[in-house]
Design a protein around this ligand. Structure first.
Ligand code: MRU
Length: 345
């Protein structure tokens, strides 16, 4: 595995503060927060080869669709920098995680550029700007003192900076709207309790973690005003792939008449993918479910299903918040419109 730097921060449980860059290019290496180690410690991992970066992506040291886009682009830059074959590196990077379309998008963009590193750095800067824009659009949908439920981590850690679903919440917070956040723990990798709660604590935004199975009862008690989640891929018809459990939340939200918002940059919208039926869903290792900490929690020999994502049909999505504006049903023309494409086709 790549060399680990010593921890540089004791990752305090609470208190406002800036979040460190999720991923950056430093001294000819890709330096990223090792998200497997949060919230216990903030440790950086340096990938000095494409193989090391592919391992970091596969093992979820870096994850989240927009962050994967930047990682993919930096991977191509790393290949060029080390004299590895960029097209071969690109194929290996794309194969690490199939669902988030941003990974392929980032890799292909860097591959097509004259200077892959300059392109990768531009993409990171753009991601930060676009998430701020997305956040401002989304914050207009949140009433004052809104109680928001979110799932997984769609924050700064999942992007180059700022976040998508958390970007909407951050923007509402910065505008003085006083949002409060309910955070699904998000079994089996716990991106909600480990990562989203960590970010919110550092930003000073009030948050409560709940087990995934509690979302329905909290909605039934009238404690959720809206759901805001990120996305790994949005098909042309508005179907949304996101972390497993998102679909269940959308069904619950519909039952309780609660708006269900998806926040994602246009780089997550895949107009070449006609519907959610065409989105590949990553299946991950059974041990992520079977082993909790050091302890086995499923009897040996029992079958385990571990899909990393699910697909929420467009009809359950109240609005899709992007950096270019907010799309509402019917999504096919609305999404094309955000790309400034004619509605047909
Ligand atoms: O398996 P992960 O942690 O990469 O899954 C991440 C998600 O599902 C996020 O919600 C999505 O990528 C949006 S991140 C802005």
């Amino acid at each position: 595995m790549p060399a680990m730097d010593p921890p540089v921060d004791d990752a305090p449980a609470s208190g406002p503060g800036r979040l460190p860059p999720t991923i950056e290019w430093r001294d000819g290496k890709v330096r990223l927060i090792d998200q497997r180690r949060l919230p216990a410690e903030l440790v950086f991992l340096e990938a000095s080869s494409v193989a090391e970066l592919c391992d970091a992506i596969s093992q979820l040291a870096i994850r989240g669709a927009p962050a994967l886009g930047v990682a993919g682009a930096m991977g191509v830059a790393l290949a060029a920098h080390r004299g590895e074959d960029p097209p071969a590196a690109a194929a290996r990077l794309i194969a690490t995680r199939p669902t988030a379309v941003n990974l392929r998008w980032g890799v292909e963009r860097a591959l097509a550029a004259d200077d892959p590193l300059r392109e990768a750095l531009a993409m990171a800067a753009e991601d930060s700007e676009r998430n701020r824009s997305l956040g401002r659009h989304g914050a207009t949908l949140l009433p004052d003192r809104c109680q928001v439920l979110t799932h997984c981590n769609a924050g700064s850690l999942a992007c180059a900076d700022y976040g998508t679903a958390l970007g909407v919440i951050r923007s509402a917070h910065e505008a003085g709207k006083g949002p409060r956040v309910w955070v699904d723990e998000t079994r089996p990798i716990m991106q909600g309790s480990r990562l989203t709660a960590w970010e919110l604590a550092r930003l000073g935004i009030p948050a409560t973690v709940l087990v995934d199975g509690a979302a329905g009862s909290v909605m039934a008690r009238g404690q959720i005003d809206c759901v805001v989640v990120g996305a790994d891929r949005i098909a042309a018809n508005g179907d949304v792939a996101n972390k497993i459990g998102t679909y269940s939340l959308a069904v619950l939200a519909r039952h309780h008449h609660i708006p269900f918002y998806v926040a994602a940059p246009l780089s997550t919208v895949d107009l070449a993918c006609r519907s959610g039926a065409h989105i590949p869903v990553e299946q991950r290792h059974a041990d992520e479910v079977a082993v909790f900490g050091e302890r086995r929690v499923v009897p040996a020999g029992v079958a385990i299903a571990n899909p990393a994502f699910d697909v929420t049909p467009a009809r359950l999505v109240t609005a899709i918040i992007t950096d270019a504006g907010i799309a509402r049903r019917p999504y096919r023309p609305a999404l094309r419109g955000l790309f400034s494409l004619p509605a047909g086709g």
